[in-house]
Design a protein around this ligand. Structure first.
Ligand code: PGA
Length: 264
């Protein structure tokens, strides 16, 4: 795992957006895995700005989102399809048919899960998967106890996740407790993984992911098995890490090496 520590959330978003833009410039027909939640919003704003300045085009890009609530139609303002349209897709030149979000209102959600996996495979797999992390260590909606090799399937949300996301729903509004989510195995199949975490509320989960044992109790710890996982943190999210000084040292050493090789 490469640990990158940035001063604040804006810098985390800049770092993450630069990695995605680099990927698309190298491979214009890249397949991106995308995430929802508060964390990636700033990164999406950076991508929109880069597109508006002509620095990147999404014409040939395909995307697959991590997850979706079961029981919300794509037009529901709390659905993740709606979130993606609002925060990214409506503002860039991506082809609508190239954007995939699990179908939360599918007549047969079990079949929808299988078809989602097949669609990812047919696209050639995910080149770079963007992730946030829940306070309980979830990635996508893979809550604690999720199988470390799981595939896209239906997952029940924990009370903590439901409470964390309640702020997005009006009082008294129906809030789903089931989701369709890519599995941990699906996520681990991505060629690169880019996880962003910001704020003190994430510090404990970040520590468990990076320094804890590999365990289904912290689904994000499965990224310890990934060959190219980059974890981008702001100072607050990094603040519980025991080996913080060492991670900063590695970053400096890596940067110096890349400069020497003229690869920075
Ligand atoms: P957040 O959610 O970005 O809204 O904190 C992250 C997640 O639950 O994966």
């Amino acid at each position: 795992m490469q640990i990158v520590i940035q001063p604040d959330a804006q810098a985390v978003a800049r770092y993450g957006a630069a990695a995605i833009i680099r990927q698309i410039r190298q491979h214009p027909a890249s397949v991106l895995g995308l995430a929802t939640g508060a964390t990636p919003i700033l990164l999406y704003q950076q991508l929109i700005t880069a597109y508006q300045h002509g620095e990147v085009s999404f014409q040939a890009v395909k995307t697959f989102n991590l997850d979706e609530y079961i029981g919300l139609a794509a037009t529901h303002p709390q659905s993740y399809r709606y979130f993606m349209q609002h925060h990214l897709f409506n503002h860039i030149d991506i082809q609508p048919e190239n954007t995939a979000v699990p179908e939360g209102d599918a007549a047969d959600p079990l079949l929808a899960c299988e078809q989602y996996e097949q669609k990812i495979m047919a696209a050639g797999g995910i080149d770079i998967q963007l992730l946030g992390i829940g306070r309980n260590g979830h990635i996508g909606f893979n809550e604690p106890s999720s199988g470390l090799r799981s595939r896209t399937r239906i997952k029940t949300l924990t009370q903590q996740t439901i409470a964390d996301n309640a702020r997005f729903f009006a009082p008294g509004e129906y809030q789903p407790h089931l989701s369709i989510t890519m599995g941990i195995g699906t996520i681990l199949d991505a060629r690169k993984v880019l996880l962003l975490a910001t704020g003190k509320a994430k510090a404990k989960a970040v520590k468990a992911m990076v320094e804890g044992p590999l365990s289904a109790s912290c689904p994000a710890s499965a990224l310890q098995l990934h060959q190219q996982a980059t974890v981008v943190l702001d100072e607050e999210a990094a603040s519980d890490l025991e080996q913080l000084a060492f991670y900063r040292h590695i970053e400096q050493e890596n940067a110096a090496l890349l400069r020497r090789l003229n690869r920075d």
